[in-house]
Design a protein around this ligand. Structure first.
Ligand code: GLP
Length: 263
């Protein structure tokens, strides 16, 4: 895993936006896997600015979101449909028919999940999958103990996730949807590249385990150690429990130096 440690969230955003921008300039019909949560908001804002100011073109881009709650309407203010529309889709020139988000109803979920997987394959697979991480190491809504080979499916959320998301639902855990449809860990692992973002000390333990711990279903993000092309862009807070911070910084500095010599 390539670990890029940045001093601030703003710099984390700048580096991750640059990675997506470069990929999009190389491949205008990029297939992006997208995440929700507070962490990628700055990334979406930066990409929207690049669209507005530099004309970065999303017209041929296809997107697949990781997950969506079930049991609330997709128009709910805290559904992931609303989140994506608010933070990204409405701010760039992406075609609505190219944007895919899991359904928010339980009826027909098995058939839906199969079709979602097929749609990813039909699009040519995900080029870059953006990922956040839960405090317990979950990716998407693949909670601890999720099969590392799992596919898109209905999942029950853990108490820890319900508590983390309660502020979005009036502060009460009871109001948080108990289930979600999420891409599986195996689905995520098929992305050609993963871009894992984490900010703040609350993510430090999850990042330390995901990057330097053993690979285990107890920390689904740890499976990314098996992914051939995962870049983790994290800030100092999220990096604060890593053992090899100096080495990761050295690797990144050397790479930047080489790249600047090439240009
Ligand atoms: C939810 C989402 C995840 C996200 C996580 C962390 O569980 N399903 O995709 O990574 O929250 O969110 P945040 O970035 O707000 O900490």
């Amino acid at each position: 895993m390539e670990i890029i440690i940045q001093p601030t969230y703003a710099k984390l955003v700048a580096v991750s936006a640059q990675i997506i921008r470069d990929a999009l300039l190389k491949k205008p019909n990029l297939v992006l896997g997208l995440a929700t949560g507070s962490t990628p908001i700055g990334l979406y804002e930066a990409l929207a600015r690049m669209h507005k100011i530099d004309g970065l073109d999303f017209s041929k881009v296809t997107t697949f979101n990781l997950d969506e709650y079930v049991g609330i309407p997709s128009s709910h203010p805290y559904s992931y449909h609303t989140f994506m529309e608010t933070h990204f889709f409405s701010a760039v020139n992406i075609s609505p028919e190219n944007c895919h988000i899991p359904q928010s109803i339980v009826v027909g979920h098995e058939e839906f999940c199969e079709k979602y997987e097929a749609a990813i394959v039909n699009a040519g697979g995900i080029d870059i999958q953006v990922l956040g991480v839960g405090k317990d190491g979950h990716i998407g809504f693949n909670e601890p103990s999720s099969s590392l080979g799992s596919r898109t499916r209905l999942k029950t959320l853990t108490q820890s996730t319900l508590e983390a998301n309660a502020p979005h639902f009036g502060g009460t855990v009871d109001a948080v949807p108990k289930m979600a449809i999420t891409m599986g860990v195996g689905t995520i692992m098929e992305a050609k590249q993963c871009l894992l973002l984490a900010s703040g000390e609350s993510k430090a333990e999850a990042i330390a385990h995901a990057v330097e711990g053993s690979i285990t279903a107890e920390v689904p993000a740890s499976v990314l150690q098996m992914h051939p092309r995962t870049i983790a862009v994290i800030d100092e807070g999220a990096a604060s429990q890593l053992k090899r911070v100096d080495y990761y910084k050295q690797v990144y500095a050397n790479k930047q130096k080489l790249l600047s010599q090439e240009h």
